[in-house]
Design a protein around this ligand. Structure first.
Ligand code: OOG
Ligand code: MG
Length: 262
């Protein structure tokens, strides 16, 4: 840690206010170039605590920057994790108020629900497959609180990995009915295909992303408890959306998930 408790608290308030006021800020590493990974996650956890203290429930966890499409798009190479809030949850087919966001983008993902505790270090695909109850197609809405969606890893970790919302499909499949690496997804905006990919884009296997999450949490003495909803990370690059856009993602063998920005 290089930052004092006071600075961590100040930065948490600053970054969270950007979300609450929907006003972009400059990335925090511009002012604190020496901040380290621990500082970055400390700011994220302080934001999480601020929300919980106001009554927000943590609805799940997310991995980010787990695919080459995303790493390339954002110019970074290490996966990161964040949390999902109750107020970020939207139902399949939802009309989403675009004014809730600064400059929203959407990503096609695979989401899973666990039914056993997952604990690192040494968590691997095998333990994850044995702990996944079911799989759902999901779209994440990301909205960096930084100007022009430009950031480095430490800034984006502090900003809860740009998490802003998520829409889950209405259907699910048992894990044993699917081959996650070859699971295809097609993302459409206003009826046109804008991105496509397969589960293997996510660290070779979306379950590997969950294993990595368990191992990253283990470094903090934490685990993934049974019954956790997890977004495993964008399969495709993120797509900018604006008011009036209709989004639909078709996911092989599971069904589709859609939403409309109003
Ligand atoms: C960071 C969040 C990335 C994903 O699925 O890769 C992410 C960002 O690109 O703003 O959620
Ligand atoms: Mg994502």
């Amino acid at each position: 840690m290089t930052l004092s408790k006071e600075v961590i608290a100040q930065l948490a308030e600053h970054v969270e206010n950007a979300e609450l006021n929907k006003k972009a800020i400059t990335k925090i590493t511009d002012d604190y170039p020496d901040m380290d990974w621990e500082d970055a996650y400390a700011i994220q956890y302080a934001i999480r605590k601020r929300k919980q203290d106001r009554g927000t429930l943590i609805a799940g966890l997310k991995m980010g920057l787990t695919s080459h499409a995303k790493m390339k798009q954002m110019g970074v190479e290490t996966p990161v994790f964040g949390f999902l809030t109750d107020y970020g949850s939207y139902a399949d087919g939802a009309e989403i108020d675009t004014s809730n966001f600064i400059h929203p983008r959407i990503e096609g993902e695979v989401a899973v629900m666990t039914n056993k505790t997952l604990k690192g270090p040494g968590c691997h695909i095998g333990s994850v497959l044995a702990a996944i109850d079911f799989v759902m197609p999901a779209i994440e809405i990301i909205d960096s609180r930084y100007e022009n969606f430009r950031f480095d890893l430490k800034s984006v970790i502090a900003d809860n990995t740009s998490a802003a919302g998520y829409v889950t499909g209405s259907n699910m499949k048992r894990i044993e009915e699917l081959d996650l690496p070859t699971l295809g997804v097609v993302l459409e905006k206003n009826g046109e295909i804008v991105e496509l990919g397969a589960g293997a884009a996510v660290l070779g296997h979306p379950a590997a992303s969950v294993a990595m999450l368990a191992n990253m949490l283990a470094e903090r003495g934490e685990e993934i408890s049974a019954g956790t909803f997890i977004m495993t990370g964008g399969i495709t690059a993120a797509v900018a959306v604006e008011k009036g856009d209709n989004i639909n993602m078709r996911c092989q063998d599971i069904g589709s998930v859609s939403m409309r920005f109003v």
